[in-house]
Design a protein around this ligand. Sequence first.
Ligand SMILES: [Fe+2]
Ligand SMILES: [Fe+2]
Length: 252
Amino acid sequence: MNYPQLLAPILDFLHCPTPDAWIEKARQPENLPLLLTDHMICELKAAQTAMLLIRKYVADQRGGEALLSWLKPYESFTYGGGPEPDFVALHKRIGKSVMPHTEDPWGQQLIDSMVLLIKEELHHFWQVREVMMKRDIPYVKITASRYARGLIRDLRTWEPQRLIDKLICGAYIEARSCERFAALAPHVDEELQAFYLSLLRSEARHYQDYLTLAQSISDDDITPRVRHFGDVEAALITTPDSEFRFHSGVPA
Ligand SMILES: [Fe+2]
Ligand SMILES: [Fe+2]
């Protein structure tokens, strides 16, 4: 895989690279359980974000319920102390066949890219869970970082601008994840390095999908709005942060 070529547009899109102080903290072996736990939850949140977009903007009731049922076992494990999901069985149930088709080309574009994204994110969730189990890292609930909260604070309140902003935020979250995997890779053991690098390609495509969806639903050029969220995102990454997480700022 050509990593520099894959990363170049992402580094260009993001307004700043991950600070060295964050990498320094992340490479400490004692912080690995926290990093993996937060990473696992981020994968679920990425799937939830995509699910909510389909449910809110496109799906009919039947499709909406199918989407909810895909994620429920993962959510109950992560948030509700539920049993370890049977990932293989669950994965086979996910597909576009249960999704509604729509006459609206943009709606169909949203369904197509987000269903694929949900499937990939849930697969990543399961992969992180496997890495944790292999290393005897128990799943312990943690609090969320300020990152996503800090981004969505700036969403406009009226549609379709709110939707456009959500899609741009989605692009930033995916792009930052991709950049962090690449930044972490040289500092972790071989197995984790291979895993992080394997995630780069799908996260790179996810960020592109979000941006394409945002531009195609907008009548105006989204560049100024992208730039705005780029500034907000960079501030969250480069300012002191009391909590260490996958998307946290400079360790305080
Ligand atoms: Fe992912
Ligand atoms: Fe992703």
